[in-house]
Design a protein around this ligand. Sequence first.
Ligand SMILES: Nc1ncnc2c1ncn2[C@@H]1O[C@H](COP(=O)(O)OP(=O)(O)OP(=O)(O)O)[C@@H](O)[C@H]1O
Length: 317
Amino acid sequence: MSYFSISNISKSYDSQLALQPFSLELEKGQFLAIVGESGSGKSTLLKIMAGLEVQDEGEVFLEGQPILNPNQKIVSGYDEIRLIHQNFHLYPNSTVEENISRQLLHYEKIYAKSRVDDLLQLLGLTAFKDRFPRQLSGGQKQKVAIGKAMAVEPDILLLDEPFSSLDTIQTHHLIAELKEIFRDFGTTVIFVTHDLDDALRLTDNLIILQKGKVAQKGTSQQLCEKPKTKYVAQLFSPINKIPETKSSFVRPADVKVRTKGGLLGHVTDSRFLVHYNSLQVKLKESGLTWEVDDSQRKYAVGERVYLSWDDMKVMSL
Ligand SMILES: Nc1ncnc2c1ncn2[C@@H]1O[C@H](COP(=O)(O)OP(=O)(O)OP(=O)(O)O)[C@@H](O)[C@H]1O
């Protein structure tokens, strides 16, 4: 029996299918990222996992005990499974410390105080404990929201796009910090996001959701090297359609750019990136525009180039 299991959960809204039968098994302390575009059913899935939404079919179990949905339980939700959204849901007139300690009103006072102090320390919020939410940055507010959720020592933390109001640099720092905290506490974490890069900063255990259906499961290497759909392939890089094929594609990094031999095109745009220049090349015969990596930073806008690739790198999608 696995620690957290979901078997054949499905959900429709007004006869519109939001989630096709979805199953999952997780062990205690495992991290999982579910990546999907907007409307792919990620939030619906997390709400069902937390017992906050009624599913049409299927069941959720934590340590063998069924998670009851709002039709089956008077007060919906569980302390053991906490869901964190992008909207922080902080008490505006309570300080940082009070926001966290309000979760522990029913706990013994000495324990509650030490738990709050520990969380403030771990989350780097001790210096801000007397501030109100309006006096905090987005990243600090999100940390308080996570502190609130972690106060009751949840077994499972469900993160629903929690970093979408933060900038990329803040997000990357926060994920790195949180990863250590979750590991220290042995928390099982399911992180839902549309951003593969954010997902990979937490874990390499991935599920890709597309239109309410699992498109693919696996590690980043498996998904990058053998994507089953165009969407999965495009999460890693743009893809270029090979002319006169129905569905064969090649990645920018797998295209060789030369001064002769291959498909003729001319460079229409060039962007300086860390390791290479990213070129837009308009192919002469097909009229397609390809994105290719110029690792030697050799070609300028307007130049004629020839493109070729290794057949082993072609993806049929
Ligand atoms: N309460 C609701 N009533 C009707 N339809 C809903 C409801 N909640 C979600 N849906 C629909 O179900 C589908 C899945 O929505 P969901 O919010 O789970 O997707 P998501 O992947 O979390 O999207 P986003 O990243 O934009 O939040 C969408 O088509 C959405 O419009």
